[in-house]
Design a protein around this ligand. Structure first.
Ligand code: HGY
Ligand code: MN
Ligand code: MN
Length: 409
């Protein structure tokens, strides 16, 4: 079986980390200059590994194998949250590259075909899980026309500035592939708490993100009597506390919800906010339950509008991705490889984070492997994984990929 080169893997992960390095973390949001620099570097590394590599028209870096036969597609992402960790996404892309190189160095695997992708904008700077949704035909051009970042810069303008406008966009040709596999850091505490080193993912949660808008009247914070105010900020705070009350009594055991951004306009201590917005994101493996939570949000909007004096509305959902189960057959290959390299130190587990694999699962048999996150921390500069776990995870991953492609050859 192929033997991965741990030093080479770690060296490339550390080099990729330098693009947007900020303390121990990384700031490398989709289509930023530093993101495009990192994508050009990744194209070179893929080409060095013998792949036909390019950045496609939406920003995804795609490396296609020249080898014959059914291929296995490996991917993840290299864009980050506004303040992100160095391994979120990058681990899975570099596992794919290292798998290609290790396969080339082994007589048994050198003719196997493995394509590697770094899907653009998994983190939703413009549009959540954008690259994998485009590849799988899950998003239309009209939705992209409305996509913009937090500062109001449109996706179209960012693609134009990056020189990508009008370039060919990679689309999935299902017949080419045996399966899709993605490795990722767990981003939670469970592997560490259970003293396991490998996670085999059983399923991935769905996600909904809503933007709630509050329209009141900007006015003087001193001269405006309380009874005459239309304070958008006060309405937002009331709404937010009602969300936590109502969701807590209707959510499921694995439901999570987050009010991650709040904006008051104009945002000055002596001015009553005339407008306000909050983003409400919720997740669960049960789509019907998420539909019910969405209905509860609409009930709360009606409740707030009934008592006034601020007008509340829901702006079109920014990100919506369905929950997905991972392929049972592929999980067996990951379990067998984990048992070979980490006997008794692995476990099957759900993913509470969303991943590109849940889009690929709509068009290909798909599976995921997790490695532990130190202290369960992610989406923060403190995100880290031990070097030993990073290298072990890659060997297990490459082993499983080889078994899948060699089966039946
Ligand atoms: O939010 C998530 O689950 C992913 O890390 N973007
Ligand atoms: Mn992330
Ligand atoms: Mn990620």
């Amino acid at each position: 079986m192929p033997v991965i080169n741990g030093d080479r893997l770690l060296r490339d992960l550390e080099t990729l980390r330098t693009f947007g390095k900020c303390g121990n973390g990384v700031v490398r949001q989709s289509l930023s200059e530093v993101d495009m620099e990192s994508r050009r570097w990744l194209v070179e590394r893929m080409a060095d590994a013998g792949l036909d590599a390019r950045i496609d028209g939406i920003g995804t870096v795609f490396g296609r194998s020249r080898n014959p036969g059914k291929a296995l597609l490996v991917g993840s992402h290299t864009d980050t949250q506004p303040t992100g960790g160095w391994l979120d996404g990058t681990l899975g892309v570099m596992y794919g590259l290292e798998t290609v190189r290790a396969f080339a160095e082994s007589r048994e695997t050198r003719d196997l075909a493995v394509d590697v992708a770094s899907w653009i904008d998994e983190e939703g700077t413009f549009f959540g899980l954008l690259g994998s949704k485009m590849f799988c035909g899950l998003v239309g051009e009209a939705e992209l026309d409305g996509a913009s970042d937090a500062g109001g810069r449109t996706l179209r303008a960012a693609l134009r500035d990056a020189g990508l406008e009008g370039s060919f966009v990679e689309r999935c040709v299902p017949d080419r592939y045996r399966a899709y596999m993605e490795a990722h850091i767990e981003q939670g505490p469970w592997l560490e708490e259970e003293k396991r080193r490998i996670g085999v993912v059983t399923g991935i949660v769905g996600i909904r993100s809503l933007s709630i808008r509050f329209e009141g009247q900007q006015n003087h914070a001193g001269t405006t009597p309380m009874a005459r105010r239309r304070d958008a900020g006060a309405a937002l705070v009331t709404f937010a506390s009602r969300v936590h009350e109502v969701f807590a009594s209707h959510a499921g055991p694995r439901s999570v919800w987050t009010i991650g951004t709040i904006r008051l306009e104009p945002g000055a201590a002596s001015i009553i906010p005339g407008r306000a917005w909050l983003t409400l994101q919720f997740r669960d493996a049960d789509e019907a339950l998420m539909d019910r939570l969405g209905d509860l949000v609409e009930d709360l909007v009606r409740e707030c509008n009934a008592c006034g004096p601020v007008t509340v509305s829901i702006e079109p959902a920014k990100d919506r991705t369905a929950a997905a189960l991972m392929d049972a057959g592929l999980q067996r290959y990951l379990e067998a490889a984990a048992e070979r390299h980490a006997p008794g130190a692995w476990m099957a587990m759900p993913s509470a984070a969303v991943h590109d694999a849940q889009n690929l699962a709509q068009v290909l048999p798909s599976a995921m492997l997790f490695v532990p996150s130190k202290d369960g921390i992610s989406h923060a500069f403190e995100e880290d994984t031990s070097r030993e776990d990073i290298v072990l995870g890659c060997q297990v991953f490459a082993d499983a990929v080889a078994s899948i492609l060699l089966e039946g050859t």
